[in-house]
Design a protein around this ligand. Structure first.
Ligand code: TXA
Ligand code: MG
Length: 352
């Protein structure tokens, strides 16, 4: 399939491109487009065969449901039923923005989109390009992250090109994603609101709106535990993984540095391509040929925004083994570590 790649500027959006993208989706095609979190792979969210096309393009198991993207609040009542009052309060505070809500689905949402579940994931993105494409499409857009299944989510159009070129109709290049981590997911379909995926909107942010909110057990998992059945089906798959094996090393700064340096020395002596992933502040602690800084601990939004691109660069640079610090100090730590632990397949060393 021929994939058209077009560049669009957020500041002076080309109407024609937005219309073309919207029309492709209206006609059952697939378009990757920017959002404030990560790039999405969009198709008509009300069509069963389009959902199947999305799964195929991503190589994703079809029991892992898709998020429906909306541009207006009124869409909520079209796509969901039994909507709790809390959903409106969260929408008021966090929409448009990096929040996905899980609600009971209405009958117009095909089961192919929800992976057979009776609930539906809904998000109103703040990115202007995304919102205009939704409006132009005249429908609700099902959009998973626009990566091949198991690769890191895309935060640049070139990541989408790497994974999906030739498999979809169009890629809209709107530059780097602002947040770079997928939306926070909150499940409002049960008794207690549950965070299924941590993101830029944190538990503390939710607590300003609702007294009781909990993390799903799988979010906090530091180990792969089969006893923990993830509520968001996507969380049970190995994710975001570069080809090299990542090991997270936790503990006090000096011990972590000593431990990582010892592993690096051993690996380098064996001729293994080994890398260290750390913060700007601790870079000097390491003796390694390949040091990747996520950025300053004081600029945590940037750290989050750099994570997926950094994971991809390990592959590009042919890194076979990666030792990473644990980034627990920041407000976004839950979101960042949740992705990093999955990328590491939960391989962690704790320094006593
Ligand atoms: O930021 C984002 O949310 C991006 C952009 C493109 O909007 N999209 C995204 O979609 O991350 P995706 O498909 O890569 O991740 C969606 C997650 C999966 O883990 C899926 O299992 C979960 O949402 N999910 C979707 N519907 C669900 C439902 N009804 N119940 C529980 N989890 C659900
Ligand atoms: Mg994804």
């Amino acid at each position: 399939m021929e994939t058209k790649v077009v560049v669009i500027d957020h500041k002076s959006m080309d109407e024609e491109i937005l219309q073309e993208a919207g029309n492709i989706i209206k006609n059952g095609g697939l378009v990757a487009f920017p959002t404030e979190t990560v790039y999405g792979l969009g198709g008509d969210g009300l069509k069963e065969d389009v959902a199947e096309k999305i799964y195929r393009a991503k190589g994703r198991p079809s029991d892992n449901p898709l998020i429906l993207h909306i541009a207006e609040l009124s869409a909520l009542e079209v796509l969901a039923v039994d909507i709790p009052e809390l959903a409106y309060r969260l929408a008021e505070k966090f929409w448009p923005g990096p929040l996905t809500m899980i609600l009971k689905k209405s009958s117009i949402v095909p089961y192919a989109v929800t992976g057979g579940l009776d609930t539906v994931a809904i998000r109103m993105p703040s990115d202007e390009i995304a919102r205009e494409i939704i409006k132009e499409s005249g429908t609700y857009i099902a959009a998973p992250s626009a990566n091949s299944s198991s690769r890191p989510s895309p935060t640049k159009a070139e990541h989408v090109i790497e994974d999906l070129f030739g498999k979809i109709d169009m890629i809209v290049d709107g530059g780097d994603s602002d947040i770079g981590l997928e939306s926070s997911i909150i499940d409002l379909s049960g008794e207690v609101p549950m965070i299924l995926r941590p993101g830029f909107i944190t538990k503390e942010d939710f607590e300003e709106i609702v007294a009781k909110v909990e993390y799903d057990k799988a979010v906090l998992a530091k180990k792969m535990q089969e006893s923990i059945v993830a509520k968001a089906p996507g969380m049970k798959y190995r994710h975001y993984a570069p080809k090299g094996q990542i090991t997270i090393v936790e503990g006090k700064e000096a011990k972590v540095a000593n431990t990582i340096n010892a592993f690096v020395k051993e690996a380098e002596q064996k001729g293994v391509r080994v890398a260290v992933l750390c913060a700007e502040e601790t870079k000097e602690n390491y003796q390694c040929k390949h040091i990747y800084s996520l950025g300053s601990l004081k600029q945590e939004k940037e750290m989050g925004a750099h994570l997926f691109a950094t994971l991809r660069s390990f592959d590009k640079d042919g890194m076979e083994v990666i030792y990473s610090e644990s980034f627990e100090q920041t407000k976004l730590a839950k979101a960042i570590m949740n992705r990093l632990r999955k990328a590491a397949g939960y391989q962690t060393i704790t320094c006593e």
